[in-house]
Design a protein around this ligand. Structure first.
Ligand code: UDP
Length: 399
């Protein structure tokens, strides 16, 4: 069969791209090496609970166009992410807000909180300036960034251990931008995100991707001018005819399909046979337990464990993402892990060294104008889901 596009990876990026191309009348073949679609946002329904199989996902965005777009394919519930953090025998609300400060210092007003944080942060900045014998202060790493924003107490109890577990490196060895994801506010508001829109697809993320890929044919969106064929359990590296380790042009599969262009959403360094070197990723290991006799394990969807000694970073109780009231519950402990070849890459390690190597791969990719790269792995970016949708729509618009 002759296709306009081969999309490698049936995750969110690939699904949005495939859908938009089918809207434009293109014939698209989507392949994925896993035996299911939806990539890492895949949800699996067990015991009436949508289990976030590859880590918890909460959709949030301030991009109205993206919000309207995803709402065409699924209805979202009104879930607001409000994680709590456990540090030793203490329990705090996240993100850092008046509930957190009040608990930590037994205070009540924003003025008191600001004063304590400023005093602690100023002391750290002074110390660092003295150590460097410099007048100016520019945070050189995540530790300095966190200390200068939040002070010592918050850093030690809620940031240091969690971050070092999460990234497998000292906070002094990590880029400061990671911590900018964590908002700090001086109101009693436990909403983790600052975005205008937020929620979880009712019925799970898999159904959203299935609608994008026209697998769920339940509305008028299924009859598009083009077509989408989805094949799971197909490994790109076995499927496409290669010249060396790059697809031979004109693009063909081993079973005689042909493709005008390719969108690749896997790891860009692997695509090029790691020719310029290996990009670093962070992996995760999930330990999931079905607890049929427990109806409510922790009273919240997300509980973070911020001390270093607890080996997991968080426990997810999936039913709370959808206000589940049924019998039994399912929990997942999330263990960060070093990534090595063959492991699932979950997070790009976007430090200077890796970003530089990535741009060299981007230069290499320019020699192949008929091959596009998208998503967290193809673009080596710590994308949230809304950014994935935005990037996919932008890529479609640029074709
Ligand atoms: N973080 C932290 N303490 C927490 C939660 C997060 O210090 O209790 C920091 C940590 O460095 C983490 C970053 O904030 O890598 C971003 O966290 P987020 O929950 O947004 O990450 P994700 O959900 O993408 O894993």
């Amino acid at each position: 069969m002759k296709y306009d596009y081969l999309v490698v990876g049936a995750g969110l990026f690939g699904a949005v791209f495939a859908h938009e191309m089918a809207m434009q009348g293109k014939a698209v073949l989507v392949i994925d090496k896993r035996d299911h679609v939806a990539g890492n946002i895949y949800t699996e329904n067990r015991m009436g609970i949508n289990v976030h199989k590859y880590g918890a996902h909460i959709f949030h965005t301030s991009d109205k166009e993206v919000w309207d777009y995803v709402n065409e394919f699924t209805e979202f519930n009104n879930y607001i992410n409000s994680p709590v953090a456990v540090y030793k025998d203490e329990l705090y609300n996240l993100p850092f807000n008046m509930n957190t400060f009040s608990k930590m210092w037994n205070i009540r007003t924003p003025m008191e909180a600001k004063e304590i944080i400023k005093k602690q942060a100023d002391a750290e900045v002074d110390r660092i300036r003295k150590e460097r014998a410099a007048d100016e202060f520019e945070p050189a790493n995540l530790e300095e960034q966190a200390l200068s924003l939040a002070g010592r107490d918050i850093y030690e109890k809620l940031i240091k251990g969690y971050t070092e577990k999460q990234w497998g490196r000292d906070c002094t060895e990590l880029p400061s931008f990671i911590i900018k994801r964590l908002p700090m506010r001086f109101v009693y508001d436990n909403n983790y995100f600052n975005d205008r829109y937020q929620g979880i697809p009712m019925g799970g993320y898999t159904a959203l991707v299935e609608r994008l890929l026209l697998i769920k044919q339940d509305d008028e969106k299924s009859s598009l001018p083009g077509s989408i064929t989805v094949k799971t359990g197909v490994d790109y590296y076995d499927f496409v005819k290669m010249e060396g380790n790059i697809p031979a042009e004109p693009f063909e599969s081993v079973n005689g399909d042909s493709f005008g262009r390719i969108l690749f959403t896997g790891m860009i360094d692997e695509f090029f046979g790691y020719k310029l070197g290996t990009l670093e990723y962070r992996s995760l290991r999930f330990e999931t337990e079905d607890l049929p006799d427990v109806d409510n394990y922790q009273g919240n969807a997300v509980v973070n464990y911020t001390e270093r000694e607890v080996p997991y970073t968080r426990i997810i109780e999936h039913k709370h993402f959808e206000y589940g009231q049924g019998k039994g519950t399912i929990i997942t402990k999330e263990y960060p892990a070093n990534w090595k070849h063959g492991d699932e890459p979950y997070y790009p390690m976007n430090d200077d060294k890796n970003n530089k190597l990535y741009t060299q791969y981007v230069d290499m990719a320019k020699e192949y104008p008929n091959i596009l790269f998208g998503g967290r792995l193809g673009q080596y970016k710590y994308y949230n889901m809304d950014q994935v949708v935005r990037a996919a729509l932008d890529m479609v618009a640029a074709q």
